[in-house]
Design a protein around this ligand. Structure first.
Ligand SMILES: [Zn+2]
Length: 294
């Protein structure tokens, strides 16, 4: 369910919720304004550090936004080539902890990530809201994808591995989904959340609305590893390991990225922030983590 900034709809969606909701983690109403793009305001909880778009957009705004997203992203070869490399990196990382069994990919898109899990070792299942996308997975990769909202679906079996890749930040209510994941995992099974933006990253702090991962209404919630751990601990999951992807990814260009940040910091310092463009990829911006059901 990834979406690049350039694909973002330009339409001005003025119809929206106007009521603030409490922090999704600590339930407090103690916010500081963090970043604003169009009519979407991100607020940081002063109590726990969670950052969310608040007020959240109405469902129909999201439906309109995602209409045709897969068609657009499939066409964009430039998007898929580096992503394939990222898939291999992610798979190598998670298979240190779980090597075979039933795997469920929530928000599996067209089955691209699941397709690299060998059918000889894995019973692969995806979940997607879009029927055409599910068909694509079956036809192109032989991957079964169930169509629907994960919250409405029931499953006969439990899973050794549940993947949420570049998706948790898109859901209106990610907490319910994390709770459901816990019920779907076998004892000893792993929850793998990867390619999700980090709320306390240096780049978000510096760039705010110009951070490359600040893409409302696609990205609605910005977690940290410790905030996610706090949520899933309540549902019987404990953190096994985590990592921040950067150096090893096809998106990183260390010299160029650090040079841009350095130049931009000078511009911000001089009060010339308006001339700064979108942030580069930077260490600490994206997280990967695995929790085990105990
Ligand atoms: Zn909070």
């Amino acid at each position: 369910m990834n979406k690049t900034k350039k694909n973002k709809t330009k339409k001005n969606k003025t119809k929206k919720n106007s009521k603030l909701t409490p922090c999704i983690i600590c339930k407090k109403y103690n916010f500081e304004k963090w970043a604003k793009l169009d009519e979407f305001m991100a607020r940081k909880c002063k109590n726990c550090g969670m950052i969310s778009i608040n007020p959240l957009p109405e469902q129909y705004v999201l439906d309109e936004y995602y209409e045709g997203y897969f068609k657009d992203s499939k066409k964009d070869k430039k998007l898929w080539e580096p992503r394939k490399v990222s898939y291999e990196i992610d798979k190598a990382w998670i298979t240190k902890y779980v090597q075979r069994g039933n795997v469920l990919d929530i928000g599996s898109s067209g089955g691209q990530f699941l397709s690299i899990f060998e059918p000889s070792k894995w019973n692969r299942l995806g979940v997607e809201v879009d029927a055409d996308t599910a068909d694509f997975a079956k036809k192109n990769f032989g991957v079964n994808v169930r169509v629907g909202d994960i919250m409405d679906l029931s499953f006969k079996k439990k899973f050794d591995l549940i993947i949420i890749r570049g998706v948790i930040e898109h859901f209106i209510d990610p907490i319910s989904i994390l709770k459901k994941c816990s019920t779907l995992l076998k004892k000893g099974g792993c929850l793998f959340i990867t390619a999700t933006p980090v709320s306390d990253s240096f780049a978000f702090e510096v760039y705010r609305e110009k951070w490359r991962l600040f893409t409302p209404p696609a990205h609605l919630h910005f977690f940290t590893v410790s905030l996610l751990s706090k949520i899933v601990k309540k549902y019987g999951l404990e953190l096994l390991d985590h990592h921040y992807q950067y150096q090893e990814t096809p998106y990183a260009n260390t010299q160029k990225d650090f040079k841009k940040i350095k130049n931009d910091l000078i511009l911000f310092d001089k009060g010339l922030g308006k001339s700064v463009h979108t942030s580069p990829p930077f260490p600490g911006s994206m997280m990967t983590a695995v929790w085990k059901k105990i």
